[in-house]
Design a protein around this ligand. Sequence first.
Ligand SMILES: [Mn+2]
Length: 255
Amino acid sequence: MLMDFVKSLSLFGEKALVEWMKELIYCLGGAVATSTLLGVPLGHNSLFREGPSFAPPFIWEGIWCGSANSTTEEGKDLKDLRIMADVGDIPIQEIDERGKLLIFVRAIPENLGGPVDVLRFDAHPDLYDKFEGKYYSRASSFARIMEGGYICSLTLVDIRSINKEGREQAKKFGIKQYEMRHFSKDRPFLENLKLGEGVKGVYISIDVDCLDPGYAVGVSHYESGGDIVGGDMIEYNPQRDTPDRMIAMVAKMSK
Ligand SMILES: [Mn+2]
């Protein structure tokens, strides 16, 4: 009712409307949302380029772009603050050197009161014991998560770049890894993957380099069971989203 009234005031664009409603809800004492969207403009721990720190506003614009409506495939309207609270970017001073992934993956089971299964889409396993001497390198994030015992299981899919250490670490931690080179064989199993049974739910982690750099079609039709209790998406680098992205594909094809 209130939303309809505010919408009727043509003074408000979609973006301004969401911001205005956030302020209003805050002034009224807050509300409980089923999901929260939180941006982390952090890039100092990146391995190659620090562009992902600029990503949150671009992703924000993409979500609220006027070219599409704000309703999910399940019919949930993301503008409904009871469905999703867009809380903006977290101040980077609040993220310590351990990095965002470790902090968030640890926080979810802590808040739910029990472990979760993690389904990770990534071209890399990120399991180095240390990378270039850094214990909390981005390339070591899941080694730290597994060592800490913060999750029940880790399933990695879309792996296209893995070395001896990655395989050994996966074996040591009991991680299920599915490499794209075996996709035809693994596909029937992955399409019927069951996760989240007997635990608090499923956390989905997406490194967007899991997508084919030439076509970005990736393998996102995998289906997992269970309840999704949180997730993250990292590595979108607007500074790299230029014609030179072809270089990565050509280099990969040359190997
Ligand atoms: Mn990656």
